[in-house]
Write a protein that binds this ligand. Structure first.
Ligand code: FPP
Length: 228
């Protein structure tokens, strides 16, 4: 892994938990539990390689339409794992932040999020950004409304600086696991020039060496941002 160009900000659409479980004759929720375990491993590895911010798509604005038992299990896992991550990553100089609409979340989960963000706020070397009740379109609308409320002009820079991810810069690389080739409402505005990497590997099976493959592939890309 020499001469690697490592993305400063990486995003991951962690797809394939349900299929991972179904293939093993297990309930879909078991896939989410296994996927949750994988987050710490991959985030630790990404920070070790030099990724400064990792944005993970944990629950989209549209995921509420899943069966109630699955939604409940995802919310339970988030409560458990966010606390774990905040404690664990604070020792690795990484803070935990959550991007998305908190109005739709339970008061217990909002409390956990606030505690986690507070607990790790001084750890500024790395950032684990969890996109939760997040939608890229909703984020753009929110940014535009903020500009209107402030009486500011609607510009590209204005919208950019009112996105959840404004402090971390635009994602250089977006990875999607699980074999689908779409963005599913993830980082739509800030991802305009992101490099995209798709793999068939299901999220619970996405290992450190799979992550290395994505970085090696990204390293070979020529980024032109609309230029030549
Ligand atoms: C997509 O797999 C995955 C999700 C909708 C949730 C991602 C959540 C986690 C990895 C666990 C919770 C996260 C944290 C940060 C603790 P899918 O269910 O759509 O899979 P499928 O396409 O195989 O059905």
């Amino acid at each position: 892994m020499e001469n690697l160009r490592v993305p400063s900000h990486g995003g991951i659409i962690m797809d394939g938990n349900g299929r991972w479980a179904t293939q093993r004759g297990k309930d879909r929720s078991k896939g989410h539990a296994e996927g949750s375990k994988n987050v710490e491993k991959i985030a630790t590895h990404a920070f070790k390689l030099g990724v400064k911010t990792l944005t993970l798509y944990a629950f989209s604005s549209e995921n509420w339409s899943r069966p109630q038992t699955e939604v409940n299990e995802l919310m339970r896992l988030l409560k458990v794992y966010l606390k774990k991550f905040a404690k664990k990553f604070a020792t690795k100089k990484a803070r935990l932040v959550v991007s998305g609409d908190r109005k739709g979340l339970s008061s217990e989960l909002v409390e956990v999020i606030e505690q986690c963000e507070k607990m790790s706020e001084d750890c500024v070397e790395y950032t684990l950004n969890i996109a939760l009740n997040y939608g890229g379109r909703q984020e753009i609308v929110r940014a535009v409304n903020t500009l209107i409320e402030k009486g500011e002009e609607i510009t590209v820079d204005g919208i950019s600086s009112n996105l959840y991810t404004a402090p971390f810069g635009e994602p250089d690389l977006i990875i999607r696991t699980g074999g689908e080739y779409r963005l599913s409402n993830f980082l739509l505005f800030q991802g305009a020039y992101s490099e995209l990497y798709f793999t068939d590997v299901l999220w619970p099976d996405f290992s450190e060496s799979q992550f290395d493959l994505a970085i090696e592939n990204y390293s070979r890309r020529q980024r032109r941002f609309g230029g030549v």
